[in-house]
Design a binder for this molecule. Structure first.
Ligand code: ADP
Length: 250
């Protein structure tokens, strides 16, 4: 679904991504692991259009998407989750879901005046969709809670929920497990597996928790020093001498 060819991202003289090549299979939950500073987040940001690449190519189903801005990738169903921005923290969980862009009619003054009925209809659809998402993620009891009051894991579920408000095809998740307790991490894992199986989402997940990776991800790609070191099942990756060296060397 995604092919990355010889991707480079330099910050001044520093090569954060240094010739990374990899493929993401449609329908997979691919894990991306590697020591701190390996270039995983930078790679995500370049694929998702947040950072322009220095050189290299990214294609999605054969179409060149290198350097496209996030909103164009969004329209193609490629999403990268982000932490809930500060300005959304005082809005409720349900309002946060309803804020996801989707070409609502109520954007211009003209529409506001002349298409009130249509706007109400769209709002009702959004509301219904938001409630379905909350139920799917088992956080419907939090719908009126302010997003800023959620725990780290609940915020991650909300981030995942926002991808469900649009027709996502491939979702890039950065560090799902950081500061999240085991029970919620399992709930997040369940949601990812269900979205993958029931809705056909492809996922790419950066995660340090190896139990989580082991439960969800096949294949696993290991990066170090801006390059892809190895790809395979987690067991294969763990047995790879280059991988062991990269982790021991940090
Ligand atoms: P990972 O996600 O694998 O921990 P990152 O992609 O976050 O790795 O970082 C890779 C390297 O690039 C790190 O050494 C980091 O300090 C550096 N880096 C990341 N972003 C920037 C930036 N905006 N400017 C300069 N260096 C950066």
């Amino acid at each position: 679904m995604i092919v990355v060819e010889d991707l480079h991202k330099h910050f001044g003289g520093f090569h954060a991504v240094d010739g990374a090549s990899l493929s993401i299979a449609e329908g997979s939950i691919t894990g991306l692991i590697g020591p701190n500073g390996a270039g995983k987040t930078t790679l995500f940001n370049v694929i998702a259009g947040v950072l322009p690449p220095t050189s290299g190519r990214v294609t999605m189903k054969g179409e060149d998407i290198t350097g496209l801005p996030p909103h164009e990738l969004f329209d193609k169903g490629l999403l990268r989750t982000f932490q809930i921005a500060h300005e959304f923290s005082s809005m409720t969980v349900r309002e946060n879901l309803m804020m996801v862009p989707g070409g609502q009619t109520g954007e211009t003054l003209w529409n506001t005046w002349f298409h009130r009925a249509r706007i109400r209809e769209e709002e009702a659809t959004l509301l219904k969709r938001a409630d379905e998402v909350l139920e799917f993620l088992t956080i419907d009891h939090l719908k009126d809670e302010k997003a800023g009051n959620l725990s780290g894991g609940q915020k991650k579920l909300l981030e995942l929920g926002r991808t469900m408000m649009v027709d996502a095809k491939i979702v890039f998740l950065d560090e799902v497990g950081a500061g999240v307790n085991r029970t919620l991490l399992n709930t997040i894992g369940d949601a990812i597996i269900r979205l993958n199986k029931e809705r056909g989402y492809t996922f790419v997940v950066i995660e340090h928790d190896m139990d989580f990776i082991d439960r969800l991800c096949d294949p696993v790609i290991c990066m170090a020093e801006g390059k892809v070191l190895a790809e395979g099942t987690l067991a294969e990756i763990k047995a790879n001498e280059h991988v062991i060296e990269a982790y021991l060397g940090t």
